[in-house]
Design a protein around this ligand. Structure first.
Ligand SMILES: Nc1ncnc2c1ncn2[C@@H]1O[C@H](COP(=O)(O)OP(=O)(O)OP(=O)(O)O)[C@@H](O)[C@H]1O
Ligand SMILES: [Mg+2]
Length: 360
């Protein structure tokens, strides 16, 4: 079977400001009815990428395609209003002199009755039935944001670009509106490119995550792939706290205080980092100065002393000073577990849950 044609595709987009590369060879695609999240830290070039796709900013190189047709390269350019792209940005601006209903109807064609029906339907979907005659300043920030959302959805755009659209909302409201928005967009088979710097939001919403750093896409894939097979150490630490142990490779094995780790294909003498998330470190109590016997799956145990323990709601976070020195080890336990400062314990790293990266 042939791969479906992406609704939206960027090919090798490049953008420089004053000679500085801000978007560097970005190639992305979004299928109809799917959500791609552009995830990355502040300043990495996410909004600039979105602005080029929207057509409000020109790329220095690269192409934008919609439904298999070229929309923009450095010579040819379809104007923004003819790209059928909906926009929902963080600093959404409602028209202050127009009522809520008029704001939502703004981009709509059709008869007055058709417009009224669509406005009513959308206001109901975002939980604002009965507000159509209010002015924006009579609404709370969250309500205004929902109006902006209704306005962006009204013309049934085939592509929706969203730049941190939910960041102004409080947590509980945000979860509801986020899910509802996605339901509406999926029903309409819209392709969604959503920008966020929050990994939880990306994991929750995305079919595909494109991890961006310093203008480049460093990894692209399903959320579980990015989480379970991260491209590098920074990709791991973007999603959670991490612990890092250094080692050196001899004969495809990395020697560390936690025992040997398989490092196939890594040359002799190469320094590596073993990266492990706090939930994948196993704890054992000290038994007269002894820890658990080494096993194939968990390696050698190392002694550490508790320096801090906090209950975080779903889990406890315990920090250890390790016998071999280095930064404190962070361990989470899915229970109330608050050992006293100075308590000795033995830590092991689950072999199947750690990542090994060469140090450059
Ligand atoms: N018009 C401009 N002129 C010069 N530099 C710019 C311009 N717009 C953005 N930049 C720079 O380009 C880089 C990328 O900006 P961009 O807004 O795309 O980042 P972002 O990933 O959206 O960040 P955030 O998560 O903070 O919104 C930043 O370093 C920013 O300072
Ligand atoms: Mg931005």
């Amino acid at each position: 079977m042939q791969d479906p044609i992406p609704r939206l595709e960027t090919r090798n987009l490049v953008r420089r400001y004053d000679g500085r590369l801000v978007v560097d060879d970005v190639s992305l695609s979004v299928l109809p009815g799917q959500v791609t999240c552009l995830l990355g830290p502040s300043g990495c070039g996410k909004s600039t990428t979105l602005r080029m796709i929207a057509g409000v900013e020109m790329q220095d190189a690269g192409e934008i395609w919609v439904d298999g047709k070229l929309v923009c390269d450095t010579v040819y350019r379809v104007p923004p209003e003819r790209r059928h792209i909906g926009l929902m940005f963080q600093d959404f601006a409602l028209f202050p002199h127009l009522r809520v209903g008029e704001n939502v109807a703004f981009g709509l064609g059709g008869t007055a009755d058709e417009k009224a029906a669509r406005v009513g339907e959308l206001l109901e979907r975002v939980g604002l039935s009965g507000y159509d005659r209010n002015f924006p300043h009579e609404l709370s920030g969250g309500e205004q944001q929902r109006v902006a959302l209704a306005r962006a959805l009204a013309p049934r755009p085939s592509i929706m670009l969203m730049d941190e659209p939910f960041s102004g909302l409080d947590n509980r409201l945000r979860d509801g509106i986020r899910d509802q928005t996605l339901d509406i967009l999926r029903e309409q088979d819209t392709a969604v490119l959503l920008v966020t710097h929050e990994p939880e939001e990306a994991m929750r919403m995305a079919d595909t995550i494109a991890l961006m750093r310093d203008g480049r896409i460093v990894q692209q894939g399903a959320p579980y792939n990015i989480y379970n097979a991260p491209a590098d150490r920074a990709a791991v630490s973007f999603f959670s706290d991490v612990n890092v142990v250094r080692g050196t490779v001899h004969g495809a094995l990395a020697e560390t205080p936690f025992g040997q780790f398989l490092a196939p294909g890594v040359p002799n003498g190469q320094a590596v980092e073993i990266v492990v998330r706090p939930q994948h470190v196993k704890l054992d109590f000290d038994r007269a100065g002894k820890g658990p016997v080494p096993t194939i799956s968990d390696g050698t145990a190392v002694r550490g002393e508790v320096r801090r323990a906090r209950f975080m709601g779903g889990e406890s976070l315990v920090e250890f000073e390790m016998e071999f020195g280095g930064p404190r080890f962070k361990v989470t336990v899915p229970a109330v577990f608050l050992p006293k400062n100075g308590t000795p314990m033995w830590l092991t790293i689950r072999r199947d849950k750690c990542f090994i990266f060469p140090v450059h």
